[in-house]
Design a protein around this ligand. Structure first.
Ligand SMILES: O=C(O)CCC(=O)C(=O)O
Length: 277
């Protein structure tokens, strides 16, 4: 029998607040491996087919936007022919992350997605949202493991979460302010709840439930990147997942097949508007 990585109070914190931080889960050499591999991949600018792109092939960000040089990389674990592929896959399926997810979710986790955010100085944030609006895991919800590759705090646009919001259903979003956020959806902080900044050190991993309202503000630092490898998971009992997430897999690497949710979600037909998260 495997020894627990979490104490009772950790699981209680997660159940009550909807999130949990595993401090120092990745060591400095592992953090450097992720950082250096992705920085080398981005050395000559966005990479077609890997970096975020519009469906018509045009760049997502205008040329003055710091994100135009460093757009996020989507599903890097699918690119096994590039140096980022094996690294993203290794950490998406990192055994300690799998074990913590299992202890928090109470069942086997299945990996659905990886993304790498560079968030250079001056970059806009990602407005408050709930991940399961996009992933549409049903029944239940998805989970995130947000791996800090730099220290992340209020200055460089670290993560904020709304504790307790995991108890809410999916809230239909409003429009985000495009001057501060690169995404288009915004969810208000519900009355009686408050957002809190989660300060992380490089190597810490923030786990959160897919209904938790969370996001990040702009990187207002002059010279601090705020990089993160972000992976999403669903419980093994999932029967439906948005069709944008094509290759869910167990921590053993075995592929899993689930029905793809298409058409109207709880907020109407957002399917073509949202695309992958
Ligand atoms: O890293 C960020 O700034 C936001 C990431 C996020 O909200 C997400 O992956 O769902």
């Amino acid at each position: 029998m495997t020894t627990s990585l979490l104490g009772e109070q950790d699981v209680r914190h997660f159940n009550e607040q909807g999130y949990f931080v595993a401090r120092g889960l990745l060591d400095p050499a592992q953090v450097a491996e992720v950082r250096d591999t992705f920085m080398a991949m981005a050395a000559n600018g966005p990479v077609p087919g890997l970096s975020e792109f519009r469906h018509d092939g045009r760049p997502v960000y205008d040329s003055q936007d710091p994100l135009s040089r460093y757009p996020r990389m989507m599903h890097p674990h699918r690119h096994m022919d590039k140096p980022v592929g094996p690294v993203a896959r290794k950490y998406m399926l990192y055994p300690a992350i799998g074990q913590i997810l299992e202890e928090l979710m109470g069942e086997e986790p299945i990996a659905c997605q990886s993304m790498f955010y560079f968030k250079p100085p001056g970059a806009r944030g990602q407005d408050l949202h709930q991940d399961n609006y996009y992933l549409r895991v049903s029944p239940g919800t998805c989970m995130a493991a947000w791996m800090a590759i730099d220290d992340a705090d209020e200055e460089n646009g670290g993560m904020v979460v709304v504790p307790g919001s995991q108890t809410l259903q999916i809230v239909c979003p409003k429009k985000a302010d495009p001057t501060r956020f690169f995404t288009t959806e915004h969810v208000d902080v519900p009355e009686g709840m408050q957002e809190v900044a989660v300060r992380l050190k490089a190597g810490d991993v923030l786990f959160f439930n897919g209904n938790v309202i969370h996001g990040s503000y702009p990187n207002s630092s002059k010279d601090r990147f705020r990089r993160a490898l972000i992976c999403h998971y669903m419980p093994a009992s999932t029967r439906e997942l948005s069709h944008w997430y094509e290759d869910p897999m167990r921590f053993s690497g075995e592929r899993v097949y689930v029905s793809g949710a298409t058409g109207g979600g709880p907020c109407g037909n957002t399917d073509t508007a949202t695309g992958p998260h």
